[in-house]
Write a protein that binds this ligand. Structure first.
Ligand SMILES: Nc1nc2c(ncn2[C@@H]2O[C@H](COP(=O)(O)OP(=O)(O)O)[C@@H](O)[C@H]2O)c(=O)[nH]1
Ligand SMILES: [Mg+2]
Length: 265
């Protein structure tokens, strides 16, 4: 992922507009309750994951600018399917968004929960077209135990660069600037543990309510499946001297050096 290229509150650049135009074109494709029901196409998939109530449906709807594309359910945990959305030109889709069921909802029956854990972990660990993961974490809570288990699941594929990761610290409108920076730095410290020279790990404060981070998120996802020729060249030229880092899309956060990994409970 590229470094932040513009200051906050400037007009969105052409690439942001292109990226938002792309996410706005998302349309429902199909739904699957088992991996063998997923499409056999080789289109790159971007999976949206997070704890129930983290704001996943709202974020997808905001990206797609469609109120009920991913239903912001009042009954968290009820959507027990992988919902797939298609992006790109109508006759030449180039990417799929995969909305995975939220986890951590206590009222789900144990057997259903176990089955879903299996489907999700198989999808994240084995699904070949999986290109990137967007993990939604409530900015006020930070990574919970369940989020860390999910990170551990995808860590091998993130570490070797096969799967990109973008963490959205959601509902950022509920935090003041200082709290936002704290939330960002705490999460960066956790992510620093899984960053390697091959990984593409990003994080941003996000609010579906006031659209904070929206353009940056769209750009990042667009960039995952539409690398610029210059980026392709740069990655081909990349030397082994390049250190691992956690990119940040949040304005102002780039000056903060990633904190050392901490042992949080
Ligand atoms: N303040 C605020 N509330 C949000 C935001 N995004 C989602 N919410 C609220 O958080 C709750 C859960 O959102 P939802 O998208 O259904 O979460 P999901 O279970 O992860 O799909 C709902 O009441 C939303 O209105 C946000 O950016 N700001
Ligand atoms: Mg939802």
């Amino acid at each position: 992922m590229s470094k932040p290229t513009r200051a906050a509150n400037t007009a969105p650049g052409d690439r942001t507009k292109t990226a938002l135009g792309w996410t706005h074109g998302a349309r429902f494709l199909t739904t699957a309750s088992r991996l063998d029901q997923l499409p056999g196409s080789e289109l790159p998939e971007i999976a949206f994951v997070g704890r129930s109530n983290a704001g996943k449906s709202t974020a997808i709807n905001q990206l797609a600018q469609q109120k009920r594309l991913a239903f912001a359910s009042r009954t968290p945990g009820r959507t027990q399917h992988i919902n797939l959305f298609e992006l790109g030109p109508k006759d030449a889709a180039d990417t799929l968004f995969a909305d995975l069921p939220g986890y951590g909802y206590a009222a789900v029956e144990r057997s259903a929960k176990l089955r879903w854990q299996q489907v999700m972990s198989d999808y994240l660990q084995l699904r070949r077209p999986l290109h990137g993961v967007v993990l939604m974490v409530d900015s006020r809570l930070g990574f919970t135990d369940l989020d860390r288990r999910l990170l551990a699941l995808i860590e091998p594929r993130v570490a070797n660069g096969e799967v990109r990761l973008l963490v959205l610290l959601t509902k950022a409108d509920k935090l003041n600037r200082n709290e936002g920076q704290k939330s960002l730095m705490a999460a960066q410290a956790v992510l620093a543990e899984m960053s390697t020279e091959n990984s593409d790990v990003g994080i941003t404060l996000f609010s579906a309510l006031n659209k904070q981070g929206l353009g940056d998120v769209a750009e990042t996802l667009y960039g995952w499946t539409h690398p610029e020729p210059a980026e392709l060249q740069a990655s081909a030229d990349e030397g082994a001297d390049e250190g691992a880092d956690v990119d940040t899309e949040a304005p102002g956060a780039s000056e903060a050096s990633p904190a050392a990994p901490t042992a949080e409970s």
